[in-house]
Design a protein around this ligand. Structure first.
Ligand SMILES: Cc1ncc(COP(=O)(O)O)c(C=O)c1O
Length: 382
């Protein structure tokens, strides 16, 4: 019997991988399950993006290995995107690295900066990958609690009281998934001062800035941020390109160089056509965002109705691709979603998969048609 590496014992199969198998079995047995669980955009990318990948296929270099740093025109488009939308100056040659989705960046950054035994500050509730990657590289997760009464922002005074001697890295994610909480420039300023005081690298994971959010904000727009911060961004949600796998990491040239050292040993460049499509996406005009958000706005209004029908409450000021809803007092999230799955054939994510602070909450995805959401409301009302 060949033994697996010890690191494999530190993680479990991803919740959605397990749960979607169960949902798949229900569908196979004829149950009309509607999936409001996962945040995989069902809408199409911009047409010119699809045309760009198709047209690129005959280019002379289309099928060769590509540069580890991506095409210069892709990096330039990423830098221009940051200038236009966040007023952040990025040197396209040295301060941005294209990624195959921001998820892989979480691993690359962790590989570049963490030794075994180092500690990492991770939001609770938060995206589960921060924890699993931390464990896979042999570092230790130290959770910091986010609370509704603090608008799901970190309590820096509480963080400062911790023993931070082994903390090397801190994950933050604003706009926040799963709660949809917005960052403020003041909160970002506080985080940067905290990072400088304690010699901690902060990474803001920022894939939801453009969904139902009037105020896209980058942590890099705060003065001095590049000394201690990196930012991840992604085309997955902004341009309905989740399956394409395109993201980016931005920050000082030194940090980017360190991440490239890891990444260049793991893959051999991103497919040329995907890069050409990504360039077109990043150049989209304001109309793209307006149209996208008009669809999500209608869906969110219906999800709010559904949440009400399920006796949940929610914050109408939250942003992003999900509705984070509070269950009536005393109801356990996982029991609740299992009941709704069995009785109504509706799959909703329990808040607990994002950490213990998610108990008592559920997360609805807006990646379902208005017809599907209306059908969910009808089922619950019945
Ligand atoms: C908070 C957060 N970060 C990162 C990702 C990964 O996105 P990508 O498709 O860019 O890898 C997700 C995807 O669901 C997410 O919710």
């Amino acid at each position: 019997m060949i033994q697996v590496a010890n690191r494999l014992h530190t993680v479990e199969e991803y919740y959605f991988s397990r749960k979607l198998r169960e949902v798949g079995q229900m569908v196979a047995s004829g149950k009309p399950v509607i999936n409001l669980g996962i945040g995989s955009p069902d809408l199409q990318p911009p047409q010119k993006v699809v045309e760009a990948i198709v047209n690129s296929l005959q280019d002379a270099t289309a099928h060769k290995y590509q540069s580890y740093q991506g095409l210069p025109e892709l990096r330039e488009a990423m830098a221009a995107f940051y200038k236009d939308h966040f007023s952040v100056n990025i040197n396209a040659n040295t301060e941005v690295l294209p990624l195959m989705g921001s998820k892989e960046g979480i691993m690359h950054i962790s590989m570049a900066y963490l030794n075994e035994g180092d500690e990492v500050l991770i939001p609770n509730p938060g995206y589960p990958t921060y924890q699993s990657v931390t464990k896979l590289v042999g570092a230790k997760a130290v959770f910091y609690n986010l609370k509704a009464e603090n608008n799901w922002l970190p309590d820096i005074d509480a963080l400062q009281k911790l023993n931070l001697s082994k903390v090397k890295l801190m994950w933050v994610n604003y706009p926040h998934m799963p709660t949809g909480a917005q960052p403020s420039k003041i909160a970002f300023r506080g985080l940067i001062d905290f990072a400088k005081r304690n010699n901690i690298l902060i990474v803001n994971d920022n894939p939801y800035s453009f969904v139902l959010n009037e105020n896209p904000t980058s942590i890099l727009s705060v003065e001095g941020a590049k000394d201690v911060c990196l930012e991840l961004n992604s085309l997955s949600k902004t341009f309905n390109m989740a399956g394409w796998r395109v993201g980016m990491v931005l920050g000082s040239s030194t940090h980017i160089q360190n991440i490239l050292k890891v990444k260049s040993n793991m893959d051999s460049g991103m497919f040329y056509g995907i890069q050409k499509g990504a360039v077109e996406a990043l150049k989209c005009s304001k109309m793209w965002y307006v149209t996208l958000n008009s669809v999500y706005k209608k869906r969110r209004e219906l999800i709010w109705k559904l949440a009400k029908a399920l006796n949940c409450t929610y914050d109408e000021n939250a942003t992003g691709m999900f509705v984070w809803a509070k269950l009536p007092q005393g109801i356990k999230a996982e029991e609740f979603i299992d009941t709704v799955l069995i009785e109504n054939n509706i799959f909703i994510t329990p808040g607990t998969i994002f950490g213990s602070q998610g108990e008592g909450y559920i997360r609805f995805s807006l990646c379902a048609s208005t017809e599907a959401i209306e059908e969910c409301i009808a089922r619950v009302n019945r």
